[in-house]
Design a protein around this ligand. Structure first.
Ligand SMILES: Cc1cc2nc3c(=O)[nH]c(=O)nc-3n(C[C@H](O)[C@H](O)[C@H](O)COP(=O)(O)OP(=O)(O)OC[C@H]3O[C@@H](n4cnc5c(N)ncnc54)[C@H](O)[C@@H]3O)c2cc1C
Length: 530
């Protein structure tokens, strides 16, 4: 295969870069070892930072977040919930920090409004009565899945840019200072392939050091795992941050119908082995209770984690490292057509893509300017199913008695599944339950796939997408993936629910028995992540 630009990694940065290049008329291929957002872009809070989190320790990152956050709100409103955010201190927190906070915000150009504690509690009744100070900032939330899918969809519409899922880059041939060939392996079939590209970009986040090494280049990565917990229901209207230096359990972010509590920072050697742990779940809860006491008896449905791609500036832990990004042109390694972009934030993905596209275009001799700063991101119909509440609204409007609900927690009807299967089928055959889950709300509700997994699989058999026992294997992969996120939070009602699901899956479906047909290797690959 040949292409002008090969992008490795389909997170926010890689898919954003594909769109930026497409808007400049440059075609590319994106290769991804898993599916879209298999890395940190699918394992974060979904906070569209106002910058308020970083004003005390990283003014530059705070300014970048403020500017990019405002741009995304304007240009991709379909991916954003502009809910606002609060920073609150409770009795015992550092009052010097509280006093300095508005000045730091002003220095970074961030709008901040001082609230009375009672006012903040009226706005968010779950806040502790021990709140002593509160500030409102323009935080928002963003749906990273819709964002990445829409960037890919727009790039595809503009230049035919394709995404090769389940395709891992395993090697690069370098000759006379150029990457002349990139070696890949299909993680489902094991088939090897090669891609030749005029320019090669690694947008592989926490894996950037490993991928750069394939071409003999070096990036000093520091991989920092963060674990997050998902509550059964949404607890606040706004993002609620603890008013203190960044630390564990200091933020509760609304994510549509649920809230997301985070997060820890644990340095890890291998991003492929990242898993949410019981210790991190406990630590998040312990730290958050003084701010939101009702978390003590809140039901959590899932834990998940991501690995921050941080640049190691020689020592220091993950909290101390800048959230700024780095673009490596790799000329120090004698390479002229390979670069890596890593670090940064979900919030700054567009800027990362812009700077990378500038370098790539200069190397290709393309003079077209960046347009992502001004062009709205079109809302693609195929990408709308990730939005909480979208499927139920549409279903209710249609009044169609022949359109059964397959997922009752998130109210996803059969017509939504059919629509996603049709859209996916155009780009890649046999997407399976995992891919359906990434493109919809299936498996995200309180049953965590226990019931909807079975119903969706049955529907795929009924509609002819599954024709062999392989569908059962797909279902098992889906449950395994969902269960990984439940293990660290199995107590109280959640434990009861998990045992019921296990009894159903083993008693009715025999899913604890071996595969009638071997499970595809792809499932195992996906399982290694998130
Ligand atoms: C716990 C946590 C919470 C966070 N919260 C926020 C937040 O609320 N707001 C915010 O703005 N930012 C947040 N971040 C930061 C943000 O998630 C990341 O900075 C951003 O998602 C990185 O995107 P990326 O595309 O550069 O990398 P990634 O999303 O990690 O994408 C890299 C991709 O490369 C693929 N890949 C790796 N190796 C290969 C290979 N050899 N071949 C093919 N593909 C490969 C991976 O599978 C992956 O999909 C958070 C991060 C973490 C970990």
């Amino acid at each position: 295969m040949r292409t002008d630009v090969l992008i490795i990694g389909a997170g926010a940065t890689g898919t954003g870069l594909a769109r930026d290049l497409a808007l400049r008329g440059v075609s590319c291929v994106v290769v991804e070892t898993g599916d879209v957002n298999s890395g940190a872009s699918g394992g974060n809070h979904g906070l569209l930072h106002s910058g308020g989190r970083y004003v005390s320790n990283d003014t530059e990152a705070a300014r970048e977040c403020r500017e990019e956050g405002a741009l995304i709100k304007r240009l991709a409103p379909q991916c954003v919930e502009d809910c606002g955010g609060l920073f609150v201190a409770v009795a015992g927190d550092d009052e010097r920090f509280v006093a300095d906070y508005p000045g730091w915000c002003a220095a970074a150009g961030i709008e901040v409004c001082c609230l009375e504690p009672a006012e903040a509690r009226a706005m968010e009744p779950v806040l502790s009565p021990k709140v002593i100070a509160a500030f409102a900032v323009p935080d928002a939330t963003i749906d990273p899945f819709r964002l990445a899918l829409e960037n890919m969809a727009h790039a595809h519409a503009l230049t035919g840019c394709t995404l090769l899922r389940r395709t891992r880059v395993t090697g690069m041939d370098v000759d006379a200072g150029r990457v002349v060939r990139v070696h890949t392996v299909n993680t489902v079939s094991g088939e090897a392939g090669t891609i030749e590209a005029a320019q090669v970009v690694s947008a592989t986040g926490a894996w950037a050091g490993r991928v750069a090494a394939l071409a003999g280049a070096h990036i000093p990565m520091l991989c920092s795992q963060g674990t997050l917990l998902v509550t059964h229901e949404r607890m606040t209207r706004r993002v609620v941050n603890r008013l203190r230096p960044p630390g564990n359990g200091d933020i509760l972010v609304p994510g549509g119908t649920v809230s997301i509590l985070g997060t820890t920072s644990v340095t890890v050697d291998d991003p492929d082995r990242a898993r949410p742990t019981v210790a991190e779940a406990d630590e998040n809860l312990r730290q958050a209770l003084p701010m939101i006491p009702s978390l003590a008896y809140t039901r959590f449905v899932r834990a998940y984690c991501g690995v921050r791609p941080l640049i190691s500036a020689g020592g220091g832990d993950g909290r101390a490292v800048s959230r700024g990004f780095m673009l490596y042109d790799h000329t120090d390694a004698g390479l002229s057509n390979f670069c890596s972009v890593t670090g940064g934030k979900l919030t700054t993905f567009r800027l990362m893509a812009e700077k990378t596209a500038d370098l790539v275009c200069a190397r290709l001799g393309v003079t077209a300017p960046c347009r992502t700063r001004t062009e709205p991101l079109p809302a693609a119909p195929a990408c709308r199913w990730t939005e909480p509440g979208f499927a139920p609204r549409l279903w209710a409007q249609r009044h169609d008695a022949d359109d059964p609900l397959l997922c009752e927690c998130e109210m996803v009807p059969a017509s939504a599944v059919d629509s996603i299967m049709n859209d996916c089928g155009q780009q890649f055959p046999d997407p399976g339950l995992q891919a359906l889950g990434k493109r919809s709300r299936i498996g995200k509700g309180s049953c965590q796939g226990a019931f909807c997994g079975v119903r969706v699989a049955a529907h795929l058999y009924d509609t002819g997408h599954y024709t062999s026992p392989r569908g059962l294997a797909r279902m098992r992969e889906f449950f395994t993936e969902r269960f990984k996120g439940q293990r660290p939070i199995l107590w109280g009602p959640q434990l009861i629910q998990a045992e019921l699901a296990e009894a159903l899956h083993c008693g009715l479906l025999g899913l604890e028995l071996g595969d009638p047909e071997a499970a595809p290797a792809a499932g195992k690959d996906e399982e290694a992540r998130s």
